[in-house]
Design a protein around this ligand. Structure first.
Ligand code: ADP
Ligand code: MG
Length: 330
């Protein structure tokens, strides 16, 4: 089998924000890789750096250190035409479609503006067809019911589908969906997740699905990355991460997540005590040590490396670090 070249990769990326004297190290050696046509979920609490990952992936931010690699080329610091060309392949879907759609434009105008230049030279008839096809792809039909509408005339779910259609019109290879369902009514969430999957199957569209909700990550993604304080702390197949979580943080997330077998009821006895660390302070040792029920000596001084803990499953925890095993048992 020939190994597929990843569509996009983040390699040891650091990203720091400076506001006056305050320096916030948001991404700390962030690694991520998405293959063509793959759905990867990035799961983590608010403040763990998920949106900063998204914005770095579309190069709204430049990495301070490390690399962003697209189809084998380093795009960490490209500019101008090259950057513009790169961005065509990656589209973003945001949490709040209302904020991302211009309220003074109709759906027709919103979509037309997003289409690449080539499609505008192919004649009025072809363009009209492309408009309709794009709406049909996101299950907004019949198209005539939607083309002349303004965003405020649509429901939340329909608005998110228009935002989706706008992103699709560019024919991207990767869609970064940053909490795309968290502002939708619970009853509409599944529909949007299913739509994401349908387009993955029919067009081979890859996704980075960003969420704080492990259950939806498992539903939609084949691989899950769990993020904590600007790093990935566990990764693996969705099945392995949810059914056999290895990192203590993932284990707590799984235990606290709604159990579908119990009709959405969760185990109320499980809470993750404490707060994530302040990223503007230096963190010595493992960033999870302050909340970890299994903390032991090495965690206080050394940030653990990612180690393989199962078949294609990785965790960043001293419990699995061979060199520390004697300390655990001793
Ligand atoms: N432009 C910025 N300037 C300063 N701090 C920022 C900026 N963007 C994000 N942060 C900080 O980085 C941390 C992670 O933010 P974010 O990436 O939005 O996390 P998430 O999406 O997981 O909630 C937060 O503490 C946030 O305040
Ligand atoms: Mg966010």
């Amino acid at each position: 089998m020939t190994p597929t070249e990843p569509l996009i990769q983040m390699v040891d990326v650091d990203k720091t924000f400076r506001q006056g004297h305050r320096v916030t190290r948001v991404l700390r050696g962030m690694n991520l890789s998405i293959n063509p046509g793959e759905i990867v979920a990035l799961v983590g609490e608010s403040g763990s750096g998920k949106s900063t990952v998204a914005q770095t992936l579309v190069r709204l931010y430049e990495p301070d250190h490390g690399q962003l690699v697209y189809a084998g080329s380093d795009v960490s610091h490209i500019r101008g035409g090259e950057l513009k060309e790169f961005r065509r392949h990656i589209q973003m879907l945001f949490q709040d479609p209302f904020a991302s759609l211009n309220p003074t434009q109709t759906v027709r105008t919103i979509l037309l503006r997003s289409f690449p230049k080539e499609s505008k030279t192919s004649g009025q008839k072809a363009l009209e067809q492309h408009l309709r096809d794009t709406l049909a792809e996101v299950d907004l039909s019949p198209p005539d019911n939607f083309l002349s509408k303004y965003p405020h005339e649509l429901s939340g779910g329909q608005r998110q589908r228009v935002a989706f259609a706008r992103a699709l019109g560019v024919r991207p290879q990767l869609m970064i969906a940053d909490e795309p369902v968290s502002m939708l009514d619970v009853s509409l969430r599944l529909g949007l997740l299913n739509l994401m999957q349908e387009l993955n199957h029919s067009q081979g569209l890859a996704y980075l699905y960003i969420t704080h909700d492990l259950a939806s990550a498992r539903y939609v993604a084949s691989r899950i990355l769990v993020m904590y304080a600007g790093q990935v702390v566990e990764s693996g197949s969705a099945d392995a991460v949810v059914n056999r979580p290895q990192h203590p943080y993932t284990q707590l997330l799984v235990a606290a997540a709604p159990d579908p077998e119990q009709r959405g009821k969760r185990d109320e006895s499980v809470t993750i005590n404490g707060e994530p660390p302040d990223l503007s302070q230096e963190i010595r040792g493992c960033p999870f040590q302050f909340r970890c029920p299994l903390v032991f000596d090495p965690c206080l001084t050394v940030n653990p490396a990612m180690v393989e803990v199962g078949e294609n499953q990785w965790a960043r925890c001293h419990l699995f670090d061979q060199r520390q095993k004697t300390v655990v048992r001793g």
